[in-house]
Design a protein around this ligand. Structure first.
Ligand SMILES: Cc1ncc(COP(=O)(O)O)c(C=O)c1O
Length: 392
């Protein structure tokens, strides 16, 4: 039952979940679910991870919040850690993916004005998803998130995803562009993975045109694809990268990281966030990163992904309604030739939590702590459901 006191932004909820441990969740009736969604790419270390619980409770009993008028020691350690991992120079902390992206968009505009561009324009992609605030929904590619919220924020131009020749044409005809903003894998858009050299080409293209290369790693960051950031698969370094979801393993925190010329754009008074980077959020994020490193969870995420993909490909090889199985690490999409939203509830009934995005793509975002046996259970439940799926 959903309370009438809640705005109906999420429709009917599928279950009432009250407990989680590792890759498992329990509802209020005591039923158990294997979680192949991780709270939408958030709980990479699974639920109730002892290292995160310890870090949060210790910080909670010391200092929760003091505002950014003051030095926050673990905010500084976290910033340095993220810079070290990513090769970036500076970090701004917010509380969500959309906020991290707002910071990036504002930085692009500062950069554009610095270049003498009076109407700075950010090139964004078809099918993109960057969030639900006005600027980030305007940057997003689907009309679904924009409808009803016009007038949209201006200053965005749109290009087809994974298409360098199209970028060239747009660049030739628009002198206001100052940045490209792109997800290395479009998550909400249906696990659409940019081709191997796309990011490398984008890097060259941005350098040639003096544009910022800005990556939205809100979903792909924090180990999800088997590297800490997805761009690290391609050997480039962006000018700006945003992340959130998995950063605090469930504790809200977002980050906008910048390098080189982009790192100096924000100056006192340009931007801020009351809660951003508070001691509690930074304690959660630091413990998450340390655990990923100490327990070798980047390679584990890659191994889980390989095992899942192999099981799904083998099990679904004869299913003609399965168009494509694709993924990187713990971010996998199974595209069907028809809408399949009802598979979400069908899987719940079998004790498995998955997601369907872009109408016809089953999305798996399992935690990196899944055992091989649990991975095999995901395959064993999902394959027959997909094989026998007729229509929504
Ligand atoms: C790539 C990407 N960017 C931004 C967001 C928005 O993040 P949040 O919901 O934390 O604002 C999401 C959320 O799904 C996302 O996947």
């Amino acid at each position: 039952m959903t309370s009438k006191a809640l705005m109906n932004t999420y429709g009917d909820r599928a279950a009432t979940l009250i407990k989680g441990e590792g890759a498992w969740l329990w509802n209020d009736k005591g039923d158990k679910y294997l979680d192949a969604l991780s709270g939408i790419a958030v709980c990479g270390l699974g639920h109730s991870h002892p290292a995160i619980t310890k870090a949060i409770t210790e910080q909670l009993s010391t200092l929760t919040h003091c505002s950014n008028f003051f030095t926050i020691p673990n905010q500084e350690v976290l910033a340095e850690k993220l810079c070290h991992i990513s090769g970036m120079d500076k970090v701004f902390f917010g509380n969500s993916g959309a906020e991290a992206n707002e910071a990036a968009i504002k930085m692009a505009r500062l950069f554009g004005h610095q270049q003498g561009i009076s109407l700075p324009t950010v090139l964004v992609m078809e099918n993109a998803f960057h969030g639900r605030t006005l600027a980030t929904l305007s940057a997003s590619g689907g009309r679904r998130v924009q409808a009803g919220f016009e007038p949209l924020v201006t200053g965005f131009a749109r290009a087809p995803f994974d298409d360098i020749p199209a970028l060239q044409k747009i660049a030739d005809n628009n002198q206001n562009i100052c940045a490209i903003f792109v997800e290395p894998i479009q998550g909400e858009g249906g696990i659409r993975i940019a081709s191997t050299d796309y990011l490398q080409q984008l890097r060259i293209f941005c350098d040639q045109n003096n544009w910022l290369l800005m990556l939205d790693e809100v979903q792909t960051g924090n180990g999800r694809t088997g590297k800490y950031f997805c761009f690290q698969h391609s050997g480039i370094v962006p000018d700006v990268v945003t992340t959130s979801k998995g950063l605090g393993n469930g504790f809200p925190i977002g980050a906008c990281l910048a390098a080189g010329k982009a790192a100096e754009l924000m100056q006192p008074g340009n931007h801020g966030s009351t809660f951003g980077g508070n001691p509690l959020a930074c304690a959660a994020a630091l413990a998450t990163i340390n655990t990923i490193e100490d327990q070798g969870l980047l390679s584990r995420a890659a191994a889980i992904g390989d095992r899942l993909m192999a099981g799904l490909k083998e099990g679904l090889s004869s299913s003609s309604h399965v168009l494509h199985i694709r993924g990187r690490g713990c971010m996998i999409g199974i595209e069907l030739n028809k809408p399949c939203k009802s598979l979400f509830m069908a899987a719940m009934e079998k004790g498995l939590i998955i997601n369907v995005t872009a109408d016809s793509v089953i999305r798996l975002l399992p935690p990196f702590v899944m055992t091989d046996d649990e991975v095999d259970q995901v395959v064993a439940i999902l394959v027959p459901l997909i094989k026998d799926f007729k229509k929504d």
